[in-house]
Design a protein around this ligand. Structure first.
Ligand SMILES: [Zn+2]
Length: 234
């Protein structure tokens, strides 16, 4: 069930009032929350809409409440707060997944164009979890992730693999690299210094490689961490 429905049922009004893309949209900014100011000699600037304060909702909608909060207060909640706010089980599974991926700080009303690259990649993962036998390509899913949450990301990736998916992950994160079943190392350096395949194989073989810079970094990293790479599955 969508949040709009919960508000509609609690207040006996149309659920469209609780959507920024529908009847709930602020008339001044059309639900976008920002106003553009045209400047003659510089790029246009955007500022928060003065009618809705940036929420995108018509002020009249704010009188309706669900569990004593209005729609803007609910949209401003983080996933972590929302997990306790909504009745048991309602959104638990989705919230749980976001928490597992270290995304508990995202707010419910956050606009998708405000997500960082790493956040976008991790959100993409939540959609893939129910699939199997798929090839999933991820571009640096660990970007911006708190180091403590890397393990959560790895658990997630392992669940997808257990579900018979194939993941092709482009990564610099050594914890993620250490868990891969097969590595294609492109170098010898980064950016314009790269372009050649310098190594292909398992983590165990990479650790023995004397040419690859990734190998040297990975050996150092594992020594510092005191951890061990995933055992060769074959
Ligand atoms: Zn507005």
């Amino acid at each position: 069930m969508r949040y709009e429905k919960l508000f509609a049922t609690a207040n006996h009004v149309s659920d469209k009032l609780f959507s920024r893309n529908s009847l709930g949209a602020c008339e001044n900014c059309k639900g976008i929350g920002v106003e553009k100011i045209d400047l003659a000699f510089m790029d246009d600037i955007e500022q928060a809409c003065e009618v809705c304060g940036g929420s995108g909702f018509k002020p009249a909608v704010l009188k309706y409440r669900y569990n004593s909060k209005n729609i803007v207060e609910v949209m401003d909640m983080t996933v972590e707060e929302a997990y306790d706010f909504f009745p048991d089980k309602l959104y638990r599974q989705s919230f749980d997944m976001l928490l597992q991926l270290g995304l508990g700080y995202l707010t419910l009303g956050q606009r998708s164009d405000s997500f960082s690259g790493g956040e976008r990649q991790r959100l993409k993962l939540t959609k893939e979890l129910k699939h199997s036998n798929k090839i999933i390509v991820l571009d640096e899913p660990s970007t911006g992730l708190h180091p403590n949450d890397t393990e959560k990301l790895l658990n997630f990736i392992n669940n997808l693999v257990d579900n018979h998916n194939t993941l092709i992950v482009i990564e610099h994160n050594l914890d993620v690299i250490a868990q891969a079943d097969w590595i294609i190392d492109i170098g010898p350096g980064a950016g314009k210094y790269g372009g050649n395949v310098v190594f292909t194989g398992t983590v165990a073989d990479l650790l023995k490689d004397t040419v690859s810079l990734t190998a040297a970094c990975l050996r150092q990293h594992l020594r510092n961490e005191g951890t061990h790479p995933k055992k060769d599955a074959s």
